[in-house]
Design a binder for this molecule. Structure first.
Ligand code: PMP
Length: 388
């Protein structure tokens, strides 16, 4: 089996597995003051430091959550509600949301929900170039022309294409405009260096970097407004109530430590992906690789084979022992093109012929070879059938 869907969920790292097993053996609530409680607290704080380190943040700014969906939700709803609570002045309120057109649905849908439920908040999408990079000129114009305080959401790197976004420049524009910035760093974490100081909110998810599912974090700058979604026991400075998921946090911390600064792993995975793309192109010269002209994460390849059908590709490859994900989804028999590829101006039929191949820390050259071989076999079968 060649598992090449690490952007969906990566393999659990042995370090994370071990840390989780140990944490499961610890009895004690991290909020309890007795010895058992303090031991549990130690595990949480150790993980907090590792995650802060990975993100270029201060440990006290890390809030543990149930994953990046919750983190994005907390950031967007929490910023809007927190800005209202923070100040009597209406000028402090967030009245505009600017989200890039390629954000994950947990950002897009939360922003839509906030606009639906809060009067006086407006939502606009920011376009990307044909290579999938945020159009920073459009952001500049939007920030200048819009009235009121804004929250801008741009991911560090896209989960479908791997295209890296110019967060440094975006941060500068956002700061100049007195706006707030949310960076979804879920896909980028561990694959490029992160600097939480460039933004007000940063979201992370453990299972994308070799930790467990259901464990994530939101990093919040001291100055950024934030109202909690979950209230109750007052854990995590009252910003996210609920007893911490000890084993999930332990696994997240161990994965963050294992991946941090590991240039060797990055270089190895990038070489594997690059060889995969050149082998594929040699065998199937009409392959289209999205975002190829932009800076991309070293592990991701989103490609289309004209004339093939994404859903059938995923199923046929699975039968052939290769696991990838479809670039676009099929609903009621019709291909729904990926919103990311659509935003890049990719035509529906080409988007409907795309799959995402994403490698991870335990990928080996044989995995890449298996994907190439399976795609070549499949394209041969489909194309000889349509020629007949
Ligand atoms: N953001 C991005 C870019 C993602 O890829 C995902 C997961 N598909 C999420 C957020 C949501 O993360 P989680 O699965 O931890 O809720």
């Amino acid at each position: 089996m060649a598992y090449c869907d690490h952007n969906a969920t990566s393999t659990l790292r042995p370090e994370a597995h071990q840390a989780m097993a140990q944490a499961l053996g610890v009895t004690g609530n991290p909020s309890s003051v007795h010895a058992h409680g303090r031991r549990a607290r130690g595990i949480v704080e150790d993980a907090r430091e590792a995650i802060a380190d990975l993100a270029g943040a201060k440990p006290e700014n890390v809030i543990f959550t149930s994953g990046a969906t919750e983190s994005n939700d907390l950031a967007i709803r929490g910023a809007v509600a927190g800005a209202i609570a923070q100040s009597e002045k209406t000028s402090a309120r967030i009245t505009r949301l600017f989200v890039s057109a390629i954000e994950h649905s947990s950002v897009l849908k939360t922003a839509e929900a906030v606009v639906e439920h809060s009067a006086g908040v407006r939502l606009d999408q920011l376009p990307v170039t044909a290579d999938g990079v945020l159009d920073t000129e459009a952001l500049r114009v939007a920030l200048r022309e819009g009235k009121g305080r804004a929250l801008v959401a741009v991911m560090a790197a896209n989960n479908e294409t791997g295209v890296v976004q110019p967060i440094g420049e975006i941060s500068r524009l956002v700061r100049e405009a007195g706006a707030l910035l949310l960076v979804d760093a879920v896909t980028a974490a561990g694959k490029i260096d992160l600097d939480a100081a460039l933004c007000d909110y940063m979201t992370l998810s453990a299972h994308k970097l070799g930790g467990p599912q259901g464990s994530g974090a939101l990093i919040v700058a001291e100055t950024a407004p934030l109202a909690p979604l979950l209230v109750g026991g007052g854990q995590q400075k009252g910003l996210r109530a609920g007893t911490e998921n000890l084993s999930g946090i332990a696994g997240f911390g161990a994965a963050a430590k294992a991946v941090r600064g590991d240039g060797v792993e990055r270089a190895r995975v990038t070489a594997l992906r690059d060889r995969f793309e050149s082998d594929l192109r040699r065998n199937l010269p009409d392959v289209v690789i999205f975002g190829e002209g932009a800076e991309r994460l070293g592990n991701t390849s989103n490609l289309a084979l004209p004339g093939l059908h994404a859903e059938n590709m995923v199923i046929a490859l699975d039968l052939d022992g290769v696991q990838v994900s479809s670039g676009s989804s099929c609903s009621s028999g019709k291909i729904a093109p990926s919103h990311v590829l659509s935003a890049m101006g990719v035509a529906d039929d080409l988007a409907g012929a795309s799959v995402r191949v994403s490698f991870g820390w335990d990928s080996v050259p044989a995995d890449a070879d298996a994907v190439v071989a399976a795609l070549v076999r499949l394209a041969g079968r489909v194309r000889s059938r349509s020629a007949a």
